[in-house]
Write a protein that binds this ligand. Structure first.
Ligand SMILES: Nc1ncnc2c1ncn2[C@@H]1O[C@H](COP(=O)(O)OP(=O)(O)OP(=O)(O)O)[C@@H](O)[C@H]1O
Length: 285
């Protein structure tokens, strides 16, 4: 089995709310292995994005550790974290908001290369190669983000993330805004990139169809806690938790397959309302 790249241990993340702290992530542990894909699933509000934000250090956890190759990046002072930041990159549901509208695709992808010390010629060469790699023809490289489709913008986001030379890509609903055929193309691209570069993915999604395609390991979250985890095929073939069964049914719902959040279709049937209670319960108001 491949070695561990990212080990999340007993992670607790809290948000300050009126009257105290709200615990959005409550004692979560999992391991992402090198060159492999672990999916985090769970209904809206279960804590997926909060975990992602803690991993890329947008938020500091209240407790627990996030070990990247054995170094606890949750505890590192900013100065010591800086040289490691390029090792973990993130791609978002809609990269549009994070792509500078005034820059060309080539300039967007060149920026992380500048930060890594590439000179101008090397930046142009590498950025063009990365855009080619994600399937964007040279004739499009000078276009601005608004001149691309959603799927193409996601490709720019992937190329930009790759420009940092990451070992881990955190993909937060990275294909959810895309229609099904474009989604399949982007998933295939991510798989090819993993084969070529050995990058690992932490793949956050509410869509079990997508998760089945891309991940080897699965962690199911509910109200900030892990309710089930293991090899994806095993967990999906024989979920032991009522909540996972409800999620699996939701994945078969056409609305879920179109990329909508399945909250509305998550009402558990009586057979599923076991000790875990009905999905949606315990959600933060
Ligand atoms: N800044 C914040 N302040 C207070 N509570 C927050 C904040 N951000 C998120 N939360 C709460 O933390 C919980 C987890 O939110 P999070 O966004 O991590 O869930 P999620 O599983 O990613 O949901 P989604 O699928 O809708 O993106 C939710 O109950 C949410 O309301």
């Amino acid at each position: 089995m491949r070695g561990a790249l990212l080990e999340v241990r007993d992670l607790v993340v809290e948000y300050g709310v009126r009257g105290g702290a709200f615990r959005a992530v409550d004692g979560v542990s999992f391991t992402v292995r090198r060159a492999s894909t672990l999916a985090l699933v769970g209904e809206s509000g279960s804590g997926k994005s909060t975990i992602a934000a803690a991993i890329v250090r947008l938020i500091r956890p209240a407790r627990g550790s996030i070990l990247l190759d054995g170094t606890d990046i949750a505890a590192l002072p900013e100065k010591r974290l800086r040289p490691m930041r390029h090792r973990v990159q993130m791609i978002f549901q809609d990269p549009y908001g994070s792509l500078d509208p005034h820059l060309s695709a080539l300039q967007i992808v060149a920026e992380p290369l500048r930060l890594r010390g590439h000179d101008r010629a090397s930046r142009a060469r590498h950025a063009a190669a990365l855009l080619d790699r994600v399937g964007l023809a040279a004739s499009t490289h000078q276009r601005r983000p608004a001149e691309f489709s959603g799927g193409q913008r996601q490709r720019i986001g992937i190329a930009r993330a790759l420009a940092s030379g990451p070992e881990l890509l955190v993909c937060d609903e990275a294909t959810s805004a895309l229609d099904v055929s474009v989604q399949a193309q982007v998933l295939e691209l991510l798989r090819e990139i993993q084969r070529d570069t050995g990058v690992a993915y932490l793949f956050i999604s509410h869509n079990l169809g997508v998760v089945r395609e891309i991940s080897s390991e699965l962690v199911v979250l509910r109200a900030g806690r892990v309710v089930e985890s293991g090899p994806t095929e095993r967990v999906l073939a024989a979920p032991t938790q009522p909540y996972t069964r409800a999620l699996r049914r939701a994945a078969l719902d056409p609305a879920a397959l179109r990329g909508r959040k399945p909250r509305a279709v998550l009402a558990a049937t009586p057979e599923d309302s076991g000790a875990e209670g009905a999905p949606g319960e315990g959600e933060h108001p």
